[in-house]
Design a protein around this ligand. Structure first.
Ligand SMILES: NC(=O)c1ccc[n+]([C@@H]2O[C@H](COP(=O)([O-])OP(=O)(O)OC[C@H]3O[C@@H](n4cnc5c(N)ncnc54)[C@H](O)[C@@H]3O)[C@@H](O)[C@H]2O)c1
Length: 178
């Protein structure tokens, strides 16, 4: 029996088979919500969500967020993006596309559904910061052609920039989303 039946939501978690996403999925299911996990399994693995195989409120969809997604949900957590250097530097163009097109597609979906969205980001948007800790007024110290640029300033920064278009957007920078 769900704990919060009256407030049960349908929640989309992109990157839900990844490290953070799979824990988020567990937490949302524990809270009694229905969860649609969307992942292309680039760095994530079905092992992370194997235990949910027969869960009545869990659904998995293999899909790349660079492509449009039409689903009906009440909330979106957009976590889809490789996060470790060895993975995001493997194909920098794909990393940039995932961050930018993925964010645009998910924001478009949130706009159509008039629902809340959380966009996961990373402190790498600040590059090699000259200020600690970084405040919202700090613009960073970035290298636009460095090995981290596909993830941080060329990927996540434009992705976050799209949030300035009228949508309320929550941003997680340091992985403290739970
Ligand atoms: N791990 C951290 O410490 C940390 C810190 C700050 C921010 N973040 C952010 O949190 C998010 C998740 O990080 P993580 O550590 O769980 O990484 P992860 O690599 O374990 O998970 C990312 C998931 O996204 C999926 N994915 C990648 N590209 C995709 C695409 N185009 N379409 C659909 N799915 C795709 C992968 O298969 C994987 O399951 C990322 O956006 C990352 O930038 C992570």
């Amino acid at each position: 029996m769900p704990r919060f039946y009256d407030s049960r939501k349908r929640i989309l978690v992109t990157g839900g088979a990844g490290f953070l996403g799979s824990h988020l999925v567990d937490r949302l299911l524990d809270q009694g919500h229905e969860v649609l996990c969307v992942d292309n399994l680039f760095t994530g693995t079905k092992r992370n969500i194997d235990h949910l195989h027969n869960h009545p409120r869990f659904e998995f969809m293999r899909h790349d967020v660079c492509f449009t997604l039409y689903v009906e949900v009440d909330e979106i957590y957009n976590l889809a993006c490789p996060a470790s250097p060895i993975h995001y530097q493997h194909d920098p163009v794909q990393t940039t596309k995932t961050s930018v097109h993925g964010a645009i597609n998910m924001l478009g979906l949130a706009k159509r559904l008039k629902c809340r969205i959380l966009q996961a980001s990373t402190s790498e948007v600040y590059g090699d910061p000259a200020v600690h800790p970084q405040t919202e007024g700090y613009w960073g110290n970035v290298n636009p052609v460095g090995p981290r640029s596909c993830y941080g300033n060329r990927g996540k920064r434009p992705g976050l920039g799209t949030g300035g278009s009228g949508l309320g957007i929550g941003v997680s920078l340091n992985g403290h989303i739970l």
